[in-house]
Design a protein. Structure first.
Length: 296
């Protein structure tokens, strides 16, 4: 009699239990990953928002301080009268020593590079301290408009040509208020070097980071112009331009009115998390961003 070996029964119960445990582990791992990713994005978004708000407040304060200087200088009647008397003398080729000393002191204050005194017809009557003689020809076309001002203004980032440094100007109209004359008899153009105070203010980051960056942009027509030096692309100030229509570019998103924290692709095409803000009282927008690779 031949005995046939009986095949062992398939342990379906164990297989089903193993499959349940395996699927449960995968689902739990996926849930944990997604939960952890959401928490990372939430925490980093809050951090970026706080940094962007801090930067915007610092830049707005810097602007207000400059405009405060304009009010202080333009409202100093004894000093303005000195300038008035100098500009209305027949021989006004050389400023008086006290005028020269006062204007030189302005030029060495804070991030002020140079002070140019201009009369009512746009003629330069003094340049202090005299070492920086750069006078943007483009400003000459704006002199009539500046002479109609009643209070000081801060011009935007500009350069005379591609090789000259970037600057801003604090424009102060000189008004004969003591004779109730509302027309300006001259101007002070105070050149500001953004590399001294403003650029470091924008670029410094409160916590260490390998890809963290904050930058300033503005809109010109259908383009976004990058105003500050970029961390990963040198000498790009006023040179790098991107279309406003760029869907995922945080700078373009900002000028289109999106003031939030969102995912995007930066000027290098790198995936980033970015906070976008408008600088009050200016045409500038601030972007604070970090690469996804560093977040995760």
């Amino acid at each position: 009699m031949i005995l046939h070996k009986r095949k062992p029964a398939i342990p379906w119960l164990l297989i089903v239990l193993f499959a349940i445990v395996a699927v449960s582990s995968i689902l739990l791992g996926l849930f944990y990953y997604r939960s952890h990713k959401r928490n990372l994005i939430r925490d980093k978004s809050l951090e970026l928002s706080a940094i962007a708000d801090l930067k915007v407040n610092q830049i707005a304060q810097w602007r207000n301080e400059r405009l405060g200087d304009a009010r202080l200088i333009g409202g100093n009647i004894p000093f303005v009268r000195l300038l008035y008397d100098f500009l209305h003398t027949q021989d006004s080729s050389e400023p008086q020593p006290d005028i020269s000393a006062s204007l030189r002191s302005l030029a060495v204050y804070n991030d002020y590079k140079n002070v140019v005194l201009i009369d009512s017809v746009g003629k330069v009557k003094g340049n202090f301290p005299g070492s920086d003689t750069l006078y943007d020809e483009n400003l000459k076309d704006l002199i009539p408009e500046f002479l109609n001002l009643r209070t000081g203004i801060l011009t935007d980032f500009a350069r005379a040509n591609n090789i000259d440094p970037i600057y801003l100007h604090l424009v102060i109209p000189l008004v004969n208020t003591w004779q109730n004359d509302s027309s300006a008899f001259g101007l002070l153009l105070i050149r500001i070097d953004p590399a001294v105070v403003l650029y470091p203010l924008i670029q410094t980051w409160p916590v260490p980071g390998k890809t963290t960056e904050s930058l300033l942009v503005r809109q010109e027509g259908e383009e976004v112009v990058f105003l500050s030096e970029l961390r990963f692309r040198k000498n790009s100030e006023l040179e790098l331009r991107k279309p406003v229509s760029a869907e995922k570019l945080p700078a373009s998103m900002a000028v289109r009115g999106e003031m939030s924290t969102a995912d995007g692709l930066d000027y290098r095409g790198a995936p980033v998390l970015a906070a976008m803000r408008k600088v009050p009282g200016s045409p500038w927008f601030l972007i604070a961003k970090i690469n996804h690779s560093e977040v995760f």
